[in-house]
Design a protein around this ligand. Structure first.
Ligand code: A2R
Length: 316
C-alpha cells in the first residue's frame, strides 16, 4: 500500500508515518518549506494553498491512499486568527479535493480528518453523539472543519470520489504542542519540577468534559480505515467516554514530584466553551474492529515524561 500524508510534519503526522511504515506501507509525506520530517519516509514540500503543486505531487506519487492532516488545528488560535484558519482549513481542503478530481484517479482513497468539535452546541442528553447528530459548530475552527466535511460529501456525491471522513475527538500524547490541554498541564508541571516556574499551575475552565484518546490509538484507526472503512461514510474516532478537565488536572498533578497550587487564569477561558462532548464510536468499531486501548492516565504519564525529557534537553 502506498500512502501520501499531507501535513506530515505535525503532531499526528509523525505518529501516522511510523504506524504505516511499521505495517509495511510505502510512505510519502508533505510538509511546508520551513518544516522538517525526521521519520524515514519520502518527503515532499507542499503548501495546500497552491493547488497546482498538489496536482503535481499527486501525479508524481500516484498513491493508493491520501491522508489529509494539514490544517490550522488549534481552537485557541482560531479565535485569534479566524481568516487564516478559514483559508487553510477550507480553501486548502478544497484545493486538495479539486486536485483529486482533476487527477482523474478514481481509485485513490482520501481520508479527510475532521473534528469532534464540529458537533458544537450539543445538549448533554444527545451524548454519546452519533454521526447523524446535527452539527452546530461553536467556534471558527469547528465551523471550518464542518465546512471541509460538507465539501467532501459534495465531491463524493457529484464526482464519485472515494472519500472517508473522520471526526477525531481530542487526541493527545508525547510531542503535542502545549496549546492543547494535556500537554499544557504536563509542560507546566515539568517546568515547576525543574524550578523554572513558580509552583503554581495556571488553568482555564475545569468543568468542560472532553473525550481523550491517545494519538497512537488514533493513527491505528486511520490505518484501519484505509482498508476497512466504507467509502462516503463519516466516522467518529474517540474513546466514547468523556472526562472533565478537572480529572485531567488531578491525574497530571498526582504524577507530579512536588507540591503544586492551582491558579485559575481568565486568559485561558475560551470565548465559548461547550460543556460536554462525547462520541458514539460504534460505527468505527463495527466496520474496522477498532477501539481505544491506551488509558487516559497512561497518555498523561507518557506526556509528562516527554516534557521532563524536554526540560533535561534545555539544561544541556
Ligand atoms: O501550522 P504549522 O506550521 O505547524 O504547519 C501545519 C501544517 N499546515 C500546512 N500544511 C500545508 N499547507 C498549509 N497551508 C498548511 N498550514 C498548516 O499542517 C502542521 O505541520 C500540519 C498540521 O499539524 P498539527 O497542527 O500538528 O495538527 P495535528 O494535531 O497533527 O492534527 C492533524 C489533523 C488536523 O486536520 C486537525 O485539525 C485534526 O487532525 O484534528
Amino acid at each position: 500500500m502506498k500512502a501520501l500524508i499531507i501535513g506530515g510534519a505535525g503532531f499526528v503526522g509523525g505518529y501516522l508515518i511510523n504506524e504505516l511504515l511499521e505495517n509495511g506501507w510505502e510512505v510519502h509525506a508533505t510538509c511546508l518549506e520551513n518544516e522538517r520530517i525526521s521519520e524515514n519516509c519520502t518527503v515532499h514540500t507542499l503548501d495546500i494553498l497552491n493547488k497546482n503543486s498538489i496536482v503535481d505531487v499527486f501525479n508524481s506519487i500516484s498513491p493508493d491512499i491520501i491522508y489529509h492532516l494539514a490544517a490550522q488545528s488549534s481552537v485557541a488560535v482560531s479565535w485569534k486568527k479566524p481568516q487564516l484558519t478559514a483559508e487553510i482549513n477550507i480553501i486548502g481542503s478544497l484545493n486538495v479535493l479539486e486536485a483529486l478530481r482533476e487527477s482523474h484517479k478514481k481509485d485513490i482513497r482520501l481520508i479527510m480528518i475532521g473534528s469532534g468539535e464540529e458537533y458544537g452546541y450539543i445538549r448533554p442528553e444527545s451524548c454519546p453523539l452519533s454521526e447523524s447528530e446535527p452539527l452546530r459548530p461553536g467556534n471558527i475552527y469547528a465551523a471550518t472543519k464542518a465546512c471541509q466535511e460538507m465539501m467532501c460529501e459534495i465531491y463524493t456525491r457529484t464526482y464519485g470520489l472515494d472519500i472517508i471522513m473522520v471526526r477525531a475527538f481530542n487526541h493527545s500524547g508525547p510531542k503535542q504542542s502545549s496549546t492543547f490541554v494535556i500537554s499544557d498541564f504536563c509542560r507546566q508541571i515539568s517546568e515547576i519540577e525543574k524550578g523554572k516556574k513558580f509552583s503554581e499551575i495556571c488553568v482555564g475552565n475545569l468543568s468542560a468534559m472532553r473525550d481523550f484518546t491517545d494519538v497512537r490509538d488514533v493513527v491505528r484507526a486511520y490505518r484501519l480505515l484505509a482498508d476497512k472503512g466504507i467509502s462516503g461514510k463519516i466516522y467518529n474516532i474517540g474513546r466514547g467516554k468523556a472526562v472533565s478537565i478537572q480529572y485531567i488536572l488531578d491525574t497530571a498533578l498526582s504524577f507530579a514530584k512536588t507540591d503544586i497550587h492551582v491558579k485559575k487564569d481568565p486568559e485561558r477561558m475560551r470565548a465559548s466553551d461547550i460543556p460536554v462532548i462525547e462520541p458514539d464510536v460504534s460505527e468505527i468499531f463495527a466496520d474496522t474492529g477498532w477501539k481505544a486501548e491506551i488509558t487516559v492516565e497512561q497518555t498523561i504519564k507518557d506526556t509528562l515524561d516527554y516534557w521532563r525529557k524536554e526540560q533535561e534537553k534545555c539544561q544541556i
